[in-house]
Design a protein around this ligand. Structure first.
Ligand code: DNO
Length: 398
């Protein structure tokens, strides 16, 4: 028997028929599972059974399996507790029933207000010449203070910080500013929404009365409504942590730490209320003990995103090689495999993992892929993770 069969399920994010990386390319990477979503449907719409079936058959025709939906986006009305919340909740439940009826049993989603994951630099050159994604804290703040001109921003940064930010901003060219705005607002893959600065100013107004407490309440409200349906439909819900795991532009974030998870799991104890363990997102905070999170909530991990980040002294970070950076991938994979072994005895499910984001290597830049979703870079990540996993499986006695 192939010993990797005892390990995690190896998956790959595919953006659907328009993705320049085809299903047959993916077959060659070593992945057997596909992570995808019906990106052509607007946020908040019900996913019809026919559309789900069509996508599923296309995947299966290539000998692959649709392992995870990433994501069924949560409509802003649900996050803000707006007057149309119940309409969007009913749609969400219907989508879960439809996915369940088609045998798709893991859904990844997030509860980040307005923006999904955020970076300021999509082509940060590493020492070996490859390109990585980076979040420069000065760029983020310069956008906030001088481009967005958010009224409260000034009160949130110290005098010293404002000097550093101003100096940074003064050195940007006109093109740099356009690029920065695009990087933040034009939506990295997964966010499904794009905004102009003016539109963004409007949508963030909806959060004037939604702070941490209210956002948490709205998330718990969502879970209380949706988890019973997920359970009946046999669909495990896997919330993705905030990326980055701190507030942005005055918008609250409430899924950033182990305490945040604890609260959500106490409020809605069902195992169907689970998480996407994203080592790169959680690893940006030094106070997150990643192995402890796996040991504490292992049975709720329905999906794993594996990548590493390197923190910089001022709070900036960049995406490091999958096995380097601040994330101890050996410890993380060992902990995940320990959980996997328990499951093989009990439920037989395999935890799907995917190499999250990759650097741009070789001719990756010639094919227009979504930022972070290069072919070579992700394939390198997956190959390294598979090698490490094999080594652990052969040497650790679980
Ligand atoms: C980025 C992704 C996120 C993720 C969503 C999940 O590469 O990890 O966009 O898909 O946050 O809902």
């Amino acid at each position: 028997m192939d010993i990797l069969q005892l390990g995690l399920e190896h998956t790959w994010r595919w953006f659907g028929p328009n993705d320049p990386i085809s299903l047959s390319d993916i077959q060659q990477t070593g992945a057997t599972g596909i992570v995808t979503a019906l990106h052509h449907l607007p946020n908040g719409a019900v996913w019809p059974v026919e559309d789900i079936k069509k996508r599923k058959s296309a995947i299966e025709a290539e000998g692959l399996k649709w392992s995870v939906v990433e994501s069924v986006p949560v409509h802003e009305e649900i996050k803000t507790g707006g007057s149309n919340r119940s309409h969007y909740l009913e749609n969400y439940k219907e989508t879960l029933r439809n996915l369940g009826a088609c045998g798709i049993d893991v859904v990844c989603y997030n509860f980040m207000p307005v923006l999904d994951w955020t970076r300021t630099d999509l082509a940060y050159k590493l020492d070996n010449g490859s390109l990585a994604l980076r979040l420069d804290i000065r760029a983020l703040r310069a956008f906030d203070l001088f481009i967005l001109q958010r009224p409260n921003a000034k009160t949130e940064y110290t005098h010293e910080e404002q000097k550093v930010i101003k100096n940074y901003f003064d050195h940007l060219t006109k093109d740099d500013k356009v690029q920065l705005t695009k990087n933040i607002l034009a939506g990295l893959p997964g966010s499904e929404e794009e905004y102009t600065v003016e539109e963004f100013k409007k949508v963030i107004k909806a959060y004037a009365r939604v702070g941490h407490k209210e956002l948490r309440e709205n998330l718990v409200y969502f879970l209380k409504e949706v988890i019973p349906v997920a359970e009946q439909s046999n669909v495990k819900m896997a919330i993705h942590p905030d990326d980055p795991p701190f507030d942005l532009f005055g918008l609250p974030r409430v899924v950033s730490t182990a305490d945040d998870f604890r609260y959500l799991f106490e409020q809605v104890p069902s195992r169907f209320n689970g998480l996407t363990f994203c080592s790169g997102s959680l690893g940006v905070r030094e106070d997150n003990d990643l192995v402890d999170i796996i040991n504490s909530y292992g049975d709720r991990i329905h999906f794993a995103h594996l990548r590493s980040t390197k923190r910089e002294p001022d709070g900036s970070f960049y995406e490091a090689n999958h096995l380097l950076g601040d994330v101890d991938m050996y410890e993380i994979l060992t902990a995940l495999l320990k959980e996997q072994y328990k499951r093989l005895d009990q439920t037989n499910d395999r935890i799907p993992m995917r190499p999250d984001h990759g650097h741009q290597l070789f001719n990756d830049g010639e094919v227009i892929t979504n930022p972070g979703y290069s072919l070579m870079g992700r394939m390198k990540g997956l190959a390294e993770l598979r090698g490490l996993e094999l080594g652990i499986l052969k040497s650790v006695d679980f």
